[in-house]
Write a protein that binds this ligand. Sequence first.
Ligand SMILES: [Zn+2]
Length: 299
Amino acid sequence: MPERGFPRFKSKNRFRSLVFPQLGNNCLDANKVKLPSIGWIKIRRSREYPSGFTPKQFQIVKRASGYYLMITFQSLESVPDPIAGKTSIGIDAGIESFLATTTELIKSPRFLRSQLKKLRTLQRRLKKKTKWSSNWLKLQNKISLFHEKVANTRRDWHFKLAHYLCDRADNIFVEDINFKSWSKSLFCKQSLDSGIGGFINDVLPFVCWKRGKFYLKVNKDGTSQECSKCGKHTGKKALNERMHICQYCNHTESRDTNSAKIIMQRGLVAVGRTVREKACGDGLAGIVQLNLSDLVKSH
Ligand SMILES: [Zn+2]
């Protein structure tokens, strides 16, 4: 942090992105784009522009490896929201693993973990250098580039994982967790590095939408305390307690897959209600409202 009275240096997160929300007509060309009030600039296209879409927004993003232009396209056709299907899966943000489904624990892949380890080593080395010295700057630059590489690797894996989960079920239920407040607690450092919040809140709903899968967030409260077999409340678990052992029915399984099952059960109840509500008309007005707000939240 700069000391008081010194000019404030531009933090690395400021001015990293520039958004142009209103575009003129014919602002795209094969190798250049027209920025409002700036004019044509050359670009190197990484992919074809999609046909049948209109460009709605430009965003210029500065990354360690250079400047990138992100174009948001809008389709004039409306796409119906996916409706609930037959098979379901529940997903719980894991503590030891990346996430748990109703049947398996999914760990971050080894290559991602080793990249993160290398990143942490570099960051430790940076602390030993004199700030603003040429070695410090050199290392800082190396870290930024590596950071970008890790982010790309992670994003790539997140998309693959989202498709893998979509292959497994029609309905995907996740816990509605506030990752910002969660991230403040130290014990989740590991999970934060893995980017679980971005996966559950951004990547997964997008892939579900694309694949026509039903995505819904359900109440997360007490998922680790309920027994997925008998439904009884089994009391709070300490963080290091990895197994769920029910004192009422003796059901024993990994704490995280048990939570994923509770999430799936809650999701099914919510979906059941929406189906029932449509069949019964006004009879269940109170429940209808609850469901609608749940559904709005999820899209
Ligand atoms: Zn039980």
